[in-house]
Design a protein around this ligand. Structure first.
Ligand SMILES: [Zn+2]
Length: 535
């Protein structure tokens, strides 16, 4: 502890003497503060992780929200819950900067280049940090340990990591250690990272350069069904010049990542029908239609094995990536070879295209197929029905509505009569091919220009803070509700994830590499300290 404090003192003095207020100097100060507080940061995160957080578990989800409000209160910040009927509350907090124009204003479109503004501008821009405190449901049987009993291990389970007792944990904590628990990386790490960034700036005597707001959602993993309403109901409160989306993993190379969009998503369940009862395949095969074959043919009619979508018109609305977006992808360090080895893949779809450019395209993924039985349970019979479960990832400017229409048009052209629920006998007798089509919810993609002054500023600050250029990606492969911030609040959204890529996100044994949390605290502190003049 003493050594760490001495380091902190030396750093502060060093930074001040040199008059150095660069993002790199902020990172150095924050690092020294963190070095002296590693165990308390981890215990604050562990306490939050010990509260079960599935969005449908209303009692526990509220305990999470209350715990976050209490965490702000410990720092003298009054957080509040933004309620919507039948929804987990969002947690909102705000740290206003004093100053003659301490109010938010919209981004000025006649922007200056990053860093071009005078250094002593009064703090007045507002940035909202988004994270979510709910997590995916768990299957406890698949976990080593329990999902809501946080465990530190001295490496990943896959590499033979062993438990480290909480009582044995002491600074300096090896950054390669992992913290295991549901939401350790997705997305409670970001919440504790942001709170710690506030602490570090305060302790280091470093001012924030922007008004900082926090918006922590409680049902992101349930598809954010009430988010639009919460944003609309609280639009003035949530007004900002920039939203920073603190969710998702960093680049697979381990380098820090800034992303400027998320893909949209929609999904569908398709069911084809055969005879009313299972028939002997010898007596009736070649005569009674086989729904398993029909579903297989339908899937093959929609997508080839290089990932190309074959549905006519499906990609009509796809906006091609800009030159800047293409360049950013080319500049990202290559990870395909390493990933192929890690995942046991001799080939990838669309090769030689790299993964970062593949996610710029829309995708059709078969989530699952079901028909009859296999293995020991297989019988020589014709199944009565067969299903395919499919998700589509969408890119700008596709919409779920238009995509659904194109898919249905294609299915009809394959000779199918479409129904929304299980067909009755009359329907089955009236149409040679019947297909049940049930769509899930969906939303469009979002994409912020990489060339906005705010976008450039985030990249510049994080590159300076970490001493290496960050990876810039036009979009994350995954989906997020980001389009709501741009559509409802008219604010640009930039993604600043901190979790390790191999975090078992959404699966059993979710984990956070502790070094990624340390990086996250520095990143968030640098953004709070440096964004103002550059916006
Ligand atoms: Zn998440």
């Amino acid at each position: 502890m003493l050594t760490a404090l001495a380091v902190l003192g030396a750093c502060l003095m060093g930074a001040r003497e040199a008059g150095d207020s660069s993002a790199a100097a902020v990172a150095v100060t924050v690092r020294a503060w963190r070095a002296a507080h590693e165990v308390s940061i981890l215990s604050e995160l562990a306490q939050l992780l010990a509260i079960p957080n599935v969005a449908s578990d209303r009692e526990n989800i509220r305990r999470n929200a209350d715990a976050i409000v209490a965490a702000f209160a410990r720092r003298g910040i009054r957080a509040r819950l933004l309620e919507s009927p039948d929804a987990p509350p969002a947690v909102f907090a705000e740290v206003q900067e004093a100053g003659p124009q301490g109010l938010s204003r919209r981004m000025r479109s006649a922007g200056k280049g990053a860093g071009a503004g005078p250094r002593d501008l009064p703090p007045r821009r507002t940035v909202v940090f988004y994270a979510h405190y709910d997590g995916q449901p768990v299957d406890p049987a698949r976990w080593t340990g329990k999902p809501w009993e946080p465990v530190v291990r001295d490496g990943s389970l896959e590499s033979g990591g062993k438990d480290v007792a909480w009582s044995a944990l002491a600074a300096p904590v090896d950054p390669r250690f992992r913290l295991y628990a549901r939401s350790s990386s997705d997305d409670k790490a970001a919440i504790v990272g942001l709170l710690s960034a506030l602490d570090a700036l305060k302790a280091g005597g470093l001012a924030r350069s922007v008004n900082v707001k926090f918006f922590f959602e409680g049902e992101e993993e349930a598809g954010s069904p009430h988010l639009a309403r919460i944003l609309r109901d609280n639009a003035p409160l949530l007004a900002a010049d920039l939203w920073l989306f603190c969710d998702g993993p960093v680049h697979q190379s381990g380098r820090k990542l800034v992303f400027f969009g998320t893909r949209g998503v929609t999904d569908v369940e398709l069911t084809a029908y055969g005879a009313l009862r299972r028939l002997h395949s010898g007596h009736y095969g070649n005569w009674s239609p086989n729904p398993a074959v029909e579903i297989a043919r339908l899937v093959a009619s929609m997508r080839d094995d290089e990932g190309k979508i074959l549905i006519p018109g499906f990609s009509d609305d796809v906006r091609p990536p800009t030159d800047a977006e293409r360049r950013a992808v080319e500049e990202a360090p290559g990870v395909d070879e390493t990933l192929r080895r890690e995942l046991g893949l001799a080939r990838t779809e669309g090769e030689p295209d790299r993964i970062e450019s593949r996610i710029l395209l829309p995708a059709l993924n078969v989530r699952g197929l079901a028909a009859g039985d296999v293995g020991a349970r297989a019988t020589n019979s014709i199944p009565t029905e067969a299903s395919a479960s499919i998700d589509f990832r969408l890119v700008p400017d596709q919409t779920p509505e238009k995509v659904r229409a194109k898919v249905e048009e294609h299915l009809r052209r394959q000779g199918y009569f479409l129904v929304r629920s299980a067909p009755d006998e009359a329907t089955r007798l009236a149409h040679p091919r019947v297909l049940r089509v049930v769509w899930g919810a969906g939303y469009p993609s979002s994409r912020t220009s990489m060339e906005l002054p705010a976008s450039r500023a985030v990249v510049k600050i994080l590159s300076e803070a970490s001493g290496t250029p960050v990876v810039r990606l036009p979009t994350l492969g995954g989906s997020g509700p980001n389009y709501l911030f741009t559509e409802i609040l008219k604010a640009p959204v930039v993604g600043v994830p901190i979790a390790n890529h191999d975090n078992n996100q959404h699966a059993a044994n979710e984990n956070l590499r502790i070094g990624n949390l340390w990086d996250g605290i520095e990143m968030y502190a640098a953004l709070m300290a440096k964004l103002g003049p550059s916006l």
